[in-house]
Design a protein around this ligand. Structure first.
Ligand code: CP
Length: 338
């Protein structure tokens, strides 16, 4: 039994096969509840979708996707009345948690055929958050495949992004991919940034990480993975704090905001740096330095904070395609796992 926790666990041909399946399903569109065009790989099957954080796209696309494959989804969330869960092993459960993940994962496995998990970091201590304990606990105790619906990486988003890029650019080999940090009033998850860098490198692009200072460089685990994959393709990962250098000749610009890892649990000094870097916004002047680059964002996105209306609403923006592709690639992922 395999889980879908991180694209690094899957080979490039395996990921490309899922994207090919997603493209085939996309070319035969259908409404929810009609399983003919996509096959009925999930007929009679149920997917549990556990959301410990908010969602629009992930929740809707997994639910609709399961229905289109002939199955259905059960959405669980603390606000929906689920018992508070404990994720640590060997603890005395005398706090708020009423149920241990061991029981929850095993019981859900008896009712359901797959479990999706969304569990963002707590933002208090990156050394703790980087253990990805909630996702790992479900993978450890579940008797059915587990899908990462965004924890400290967001592999489903990566797949949708690559699919959208291939639709517009074809072969991605040697394309300059720029992941740019952007301002946001709050420190956000690094998951999409980690994922974007890894998948760009894995699919043969030349990745550049653009961020304001050294503190915003991503966790070494993802830097090393992206460097390794870029190296295997004859490229190198570039880390830059120079906006002009990074944008120059870019084929793809991917925008995301994230909180600096050394400041987890101590955000006041980080806010000072962040507030001085509002000029990292993706705008027309920066895009003019690129090789007529495609631009995207995982969404949700604050307009005219992270990216100007002019760029987001331009023909070069593929964010809507990427969001739509979540539906198609997640169907392919569920088919591969089931
Ligand atoms: N991009 C993404 O995962 O969107 P949601 O947070 O709305 O699910």
């Amino acid at each position: 039994m395999r889980h879908f926790l991180n694209t690094a666990d899957w080979s490039l041909p395996e990921l490309q096969a899922m994207i090919a399946d997603a493209r085939a399903m996309k070319s035969a569109p259908q409404g929810a509840g009609q399983s003919t065009a996509s096959g009925d790989a999930l007929r009679g099957k149920t997917v549990a979708l556990l959301f410990l954080n908010n969602s629009l796209r992930t929740r809707t696309s997994f639910d609709v996707g399961a229905r289109q494959l002939g199955g259905h989804a059960v959405v669980l969330s603390p606000s929906g009345g689920m018992w508070p869960l404990e994720f640590e092993d060997g603890v005395v459960m005398d706090g708020d948690a009423e149920e241990h993940v061991k029981e929850a994962a095993k019981i859900l496995s008896r009712y359901c055929d797959m479990i999706g998990v969304r569990a963002f970091p707590k933002f208090a201590d990156w050394q703790e958050d980087r253990k990805d304990k909630i996702l790992r606990a479900f993978a450890k105790y579940a008797d059915v495949p587990v899908i990462n619906m965004e924890t400290i990486t967001h592999p489903c988003q990566e797949m949708a992004h690559i699919m959208a890029l291939q639709e517009r650019l074809g072969d991605l080999e040697g394309k300059k991919f720029v992941l740019t940090w952007t301002y946001h009033p709050k420190p956000l998850n690094t998951a999409v940034a980690n994922s974007a860098l890894m998948i760009a490198a894995k699919f043969g692009m030349k990745p550049t990480l653009l961020c304001p200072t050294e503190e915003y460089v991503l966790d070494e685990r993802y830097i090393e993975q992206a460097s390794k994959d870029a190296g295997a393709n004859g490229h190198a990962l570039t880390i830059s704090h120079d906006i002009n250098e990074a944008y120059e000749g870019a084929d793809v610009v991917y925008a995301k905001s994230w909180g600096a890892l050394p400041f987890f649990g101590n955000w006041e000094p980080e806010k000072g740096i962040r507030d001085r870097c509002k000029h990292f916004i993706v705008n027309e002047d920066k895009m003019a330095m690129t090789n007529n680059a495609l631009v995207s964002h995982c969404l949700p996105m604050r307009r005219n904070v992270k990216m100007t209306d002019a760029v987001f609403d331009s023909a070069n923006c593929i964010a809507y395609d990427e969001a739509e592709n979540r539906l198609h690639v997640q169907k392919a992922i569920m088919k591969a796992l089931v």
